[in-house]
Write a protein that binds this ligand. Sequence first.
Ligand SMILES: Cc1cc2nc3c(=O)[nH]c(=O)nc-3n(C[C@H](O)[C@H](O)[C@H](O)COP(=O)(O)OP(=O)(O)OC[C@H]3O[C@@H](n4cnc5c(N)ncnc54)[C@H](O)[C@@H]3O)c2cc1C
Length: 407
Amino acid sequence: MTLTNWAGNIVFGAARVHRPSTVDQVRAVVADARRVRVLGSGHSFNDIADTPSDLVSVAGLPVAPRIDPEAGTVTVAGGVRYGELAAHLDAQGYALHNLGSLPHISVAGAVATATHGSGAALGNLATVVEGIELVTAGGDLVRLARGDAGFPGAVVSLGAIGVVVGITLAVRPSYTIRQYVFEDLPRAVLDERWEQIAGAGYSVSLFTRWAGGTVDQLWLKLADGQEPDGFGATPAGRAMHPIAAMPAESCTEQGGVPGPWHRRLPHFKLDFTPSSGEELQSEFFVARADAVAAFAAVERVRHLVTPVLQISEIRTVAADDLWLSPHHGRDSVALHFTWIKDEARVLPVVAALEESLAHLAPRPHWGKVFHHAPRPERLTDFVALRDRLDPERKFSNAFVERHLTGS
Ligand SMILES: Cc1cc2nc3c(=O)[nH]c(=O)nc-3n(C[C@H](O)[C@H](O)[C@H](O)COP(=O)(O)OP(=O)(O)OC[C@H]3O[C@@H](n4cnc5c(N)ncnc54)[C@H](O)[C@@H]3O)c2cc1C
């Protein structure tokens, strides 16, 4: 049977697909393989997980979450989906600091690409990793924890150093979030009050088609004690989907109804198709201080962008120290594009967008559609770590060779 990614634009070329149910089976598969890649939940939009050789899914490993109240951590199988882990944590009175827009993705796969939610003070999902348990090229089990040499390189790994079979994340006491949606934020207000808008909630998202005089929607996810401010936008009179014409039943509850963190921070519910379902995605990060210039750069090519765009989302991500993270050393604004599902039409527009943003040194989301990734500042250190753990580049693939060379 043909195996594709979630979007269906990548048909995996693997000669063999393995679905081990124990860590020992993972070790045996890796030890025997000449070339191997790991597949998470397959939500990336490019060939990052692909290989012509052996592909291993760790979705079948026992989830086995173990909370350590003293350390303030949970340790869980890498293949678990955020939605399942979050429900378990919340039932025990614990929470994660943030979530992406969808709870369907695997923890190890999301962490490997520095997947993020929004929040001016919140790092991406990889920033709360406290430890990883890896099956390395020889089939050995290696544990790395915060403070160990190479740890900041091993967390956002693009799957290039081993199979993450176990992962330890920092947890905090469970908390409540209220979600409010506003429509038609005057476009000029976005530029004038960008920093206040970005900081107007625990997590803030703006949805726009870059057309007309308004930003389509402002989503505020508020913690206890925060009050909603629409900055002149109109409170939505009904539940909204980011693509206003789509039904909102797939979206988490809005209207300021308090609810547990994991039922408000993602935009989409676990048991529904997230986003539009028929799409490609790209995302570029520039310095948060350059946000207004970045909005202008997108608008310079809007005549190209809007015909192939379903919706854009603007979010913020705090700086981190993870070597391959696109937020490394830079508080970031994230410019996300949900495109129509037509690669031939979308790819040239992505190139034009990259060119228009080039003066702001954009960095792409590793798991989405892009042409160019600048050399990460710590690439030499990452390559040294990779060469130590995987000297024969067993975990490499065409994507890794394209984007992580030149050291
Ligand atoms: C509808 C939709 C909405 C999205 N929303 C967001 C969002 O809000 N924010 C955001 O940042 N991104 C978002 N994404 C992108 C998505 O979060 C990333 O592509 C993420 O990497 C997907 O996780 P996955 O488990 O599907 O990983 P895959 O796509 O399966 O794999 C990604 C990478 O991780 C590696 N990997 C997977 N599992 C392991 C493992 N156990 N050990 C070692 N390496 C591993 C793979 O080899 C590959 O290199 C969205 C994607 C979709 C389809």
